[in-house]
Design a protein around this ligand. Structure first.
Ligand code: ADP
Length: 273
């Protein structure tokens, strides 16, 4: 059995998956990014190999994606996050026509045509307001792990309106609201609202069509899922693999390359080439 790897080097977390020739995922790993993207890529690769109980020599092809894809020195090919998220989303939810990927520092809306091709995409501008980084500021200000933010926000009964659109000032605004006596859940719900509104406008920019699949790390946040469904007026496809969507797409591109190489070997062996 041969295996392929998909490595997604994002701004915040490095993700890696290994799949077999039948596109079954046999290992995955996620690590927080470190200053040196190349080292993070190497570490996540070692971790996913260990999780799959495999070694370097078992991996026939590796595709790298994400912001740091060119730092994956052991990668055989680099493919954009747009293509990889679209491919990963379609593999899990074949009726996907729109993908919303909210990551640590950028947000993308991707429109997919009926044949599975990417027809349009939109990205947030340089500002990180509608991204996971805004939630990172909340996590820091409230001294609370990221995984607790969504469940707490859902307890809100009187959301506070967040006026800043700048991540740098978000922390100050949160602290200010708390000092005035607002409850953490109400401040958090306001933050989530602000992100959802920005992301929804990106989705509309590409001409939202169902099914809409939500990928990226922020899709792990239950309050973001609920709010986006409300603002967009449509249910969202979300799976436990959503943060790995880009890495899975990369793995599928790697598998294409492995299969193409096999076909050409067979053609030579049978003399048809
Ligand atoms: P990137 O590819 O840009 O590194 P990811 O798609 O990996 O980004 O998403 C990272 C973001 O996901 C973080 O900024 C954070 O907001 C969110 N996130 C990560 N883990 C969790 C979690 N357990 N619960 C909620 N949100 C999370």
């Amino acid at each position: 059995m041969k295996y392929v790897a998909g490595i997604d080097i994002g701004s915040t977390q490095a993700k890696g998956i290994i799949m077999d020739e039948h596109s079954e995922i046999v290992g995955k790993a996620i690590l927080d990014m470190e200053t040196n993207m190349g080292t993070a890529a190497q570490r996540v690769f070692e971790r996913v190999l260990a999780n799959a109980n495999l070694s370097y020599s078992d991996i026939a092809f590796t595709v790298a994606t994400g912001y740091g894809r060119y730092r994956v020195t052991f990668g055989d090919l680099q493919v954009t996050e747009i293509s990889c998220h679209a491919r990963g989303a379609l593999a899990e939810f074949p009726n996907t026509r729109t993908v919303l990927d909210i990551g640590g520092q950028d947000t993308k809306a991707i429109r997919i045509g009926d044949s599975g091709e990417v027809t349009d995409f939109a990205m947030n501008d340089k500002c990180a307001a509608g991204t996971g980084r805004f939630l990172g500021a909340a996590s820091f200000a409230l001294e609370m792990p990221l995984s607790d933010l969504g469940p707490l926000a859902l307890k809100s009964t009187r959301p506070v309106k967040i006026t800043t659109t700048c991540t740098v000032f978000a922390e100050t605004e949160i602290i200010g609201h708390l000092a005035k006596g607002h409850l953490p859940e109400d401040v958090l719900m306001g933050m989530h609202h602000s992100i959802a509104t920005r992301c929804a406008s990106l989705v509309r920019r590409v001409g939202m069509a169902p099914d809409v699949t939500f990928s990226g790390g922020v899709s792990r946040n239950v309050a973001m899922v609920a709010l986006l469904e409300d603002v967009l007026g449509t249910p969202l496809n979300v799976s436990s693999q959503s943060q790995f969507m880009g890495a899975i797409g990369a793995g599928l591109y790697a598998l294409d390359n492995l299969q193409a190489a096999k076909r050409s070997q067979t053609a030579y062996a049978t003399g048809s080439k």
